[in-house]
Design a protein around this ligand. Sequence first.
Ligand code: ATP
Length: 358
Amino acid sequence: MVTITIQSLTKRFGGSPVLHGIDLKIEGGELFFLLGPSGCGKTTLLRHVAGFYQPDAGRIFFDDVEVSRVPPHRRDTGMMFQSYALWPHMTVEQNVAFGLEERKRPKKEIKERVDDVLGLVQLEGMGDRRIQQLSGGQQQRVALARALVIQPKVLLLDEPLSNLDAKLRLEMRSEIRRIVKECGLTGIYVTHDREEALSMGDRLAIMESGNLIQVGTPMDVYRNPVNRMVAEFMGETNLIEGTLLRDTSRAGLFDVETPAGILRGRTFDPSFIPIRGQPVVLSIRPEALSFREVPDSPNRLSGKITDTSYLGATVQYRLQAAGNTLKLCELNPEQVFQPSDRESRLMVATKDVIILRK
Ligand code: ATP
């Protein structure tokens, strides 16, 4: 399995910097996600790994072999794009075989490998069909088969599921992960869709303006965002502004004065040691707020319910709390509270109050 190491990768397009000294190591066999707002440089970074772009500065290694200037077809990478880029007038088999014919493999080997890979993506027996005769989901499987038939060591995926409907997307998520793991591939997957990254990724990186802002497991990054952008990008959150009051006696915990009361929370970013009087912002996920008692936490807020949505598995509330609109999400609700002028008491654990730079 191939480990990909990217060192100080810098790229400019027409004088404008697009990647600023990216350092990243992706372990062999990992399915790694690049996530971030439009234009942050995800595709550009992926295309450097594929070999379509060469860096202005910096280096890329596959294991300990430098590939920065190796052309794409010599890199052992398979690539799958958002637009399937299939030839509509050709059959499934012809589309999939293309990469092997280009490499001038013997006919018998081509036939065997195409059959194998069609089995892998669950399209066995469909080799003779024309692309126009396939559903969107099947076409996407052909695109995946085409990327895999050359037996790459690295699979690069650029928003591969964004043209599919929600049900097919879910199905293909687990398919792609299964195939990456079964074939021992190292995968890099670009997406806007945080659920894709959270549900499929071993680790992910959040990018902004050509920089890597945070790298970690999905749970790390969701629970411990290093800044406001990451907190908001990874999921719904309540942001409450306040001022740092003091360091508490328990290491790493701080009290913050907010219009909704004093809240105790923690920081995650090791480079951020807040000082007394400093303006900060707190991030609290809706599912971390609760109407129930939370053990070992001094955090109490009060708010009036202004909106209630019962969704069966969850109930989602909107509340007004001292000028802040808060969202609260309860799982498996046994009781549903309706909007009212009465103040409700809310609680949150200190570990779920993340203190961020303002
Ligand atoms: P999206 O999520 O919208 O696909 P992205 O994060 O993948 O965005 P990139 O496609 O990598 O972003 O683009 C990063 C920046 O580089 C953008 O400002 C884009 O306009 C610019 N850019 C990308 N490719 C080129 C190119 N070939 N020539 C000039 N500028 C480019």
